[in-house]
Ligand binder design. Structure first.
Ligand code: CA
Length: 230
């Protein structure tokens, strides 16, 4: 799976590229609209999805996308747009975008959109995570444990998904922050601890083992070693 990242901000391009590579995708970064306009359709089957910034040197993202669609380039395209360009979203979708993500975004938010766009395109079937006695529906973002339905807010489900994809591993606060919050977030804040607390309250139910362990000085681990599932 190769994802083309058309983005002129090197910080964002490398943040996205590193994250996607860690998830097993190949990436190609293109930093200007003119090059992207010509190069992407020429890649043919070597491209599976495109992340397209709107504000680009050379040619802006909307013009690039319009050109691609006119050329019958049919792969999914997710637009990356600044919050103050939010009205651009409708125009973007009209111009043939599959979806859009507003900057600044967390990596997990982007990844969820990428997976959804891929699913829509290929109808792959992995929509549910199950670890220990908890299951999490990736589409509806609802978790179930012991027959109980657990509604989760955005950061909470991103956090739960991260834990469920990395069971038994100690995740540091910085790792969690980088995955669930965006790249501009202050690493000195205690937001991770606060949200782990929220998530614990929601997923802990009586007569069931607590699933998130605090590892002193290191971070958090989903499924502590004492649990019957480890
Ligand atoms: Ca830009």
């Amino acid at each position: 799976m190769n994802i083309v990242i058309v983005e002129d901000d090197p910080k964002i391009a490398s943040f996205v590229s590193r994250g996607l590579k860690a998830e097993g995708y190949a990436t190609t970064v293109i930093a200007d609209g003119e090059t992207a306009m010509r190069a992407v359709p020429a890649m043919g089957e070597d491209v599976d999805l495109v992340l397209l910034d709107i504000g680009l040197p050379g040619k802006d993202g909307k013009a690039v996308l319009a050109h691609w669609r006119a050329e019958k380039f049919s792969k999914p395209v997710i637009i990356l747009t600044a919050r103050n360009e939010i009205s651009e979203k409708v125009k973007g979708l009209n111009a043939g975008a599959t979806d859009y993500v507003t900057k600044p975004f967390s990596f997990d938010e982007l990844l969820a959109r990428v997976r959804a766009a891929m699913r829509g395109f290929e109808s792959t079937s992995l929509t549910n995570l199950e670890v220990a006695d908890i299951s999490f529906d990736l589409l509806t973002k609802v978790a179930f444990r012991g027959g109980k339905r657990i509604e989760l807010a955005q950061r909470e489900w991103a956090l739960l998904e991260l834990f469920m994809r990395n069971p038994h591993q100690v995740l540091s606060r910085i790792q969690i922050l980088n995955h669930v919050w965006d790249y501009s977030f202050d690493p000195g804040s205690n937001i991770v601890d606060v949200y782990v607390g929220y998530l614990r309250k929601k997923i802990n139910i009586s007569n069931h083992e607590p699933l998130i362990q605090t590892v002193r000085g290191a971070g958090y681990r989903f499924i502590p070693p004492s649990s019957p599932w480890s």
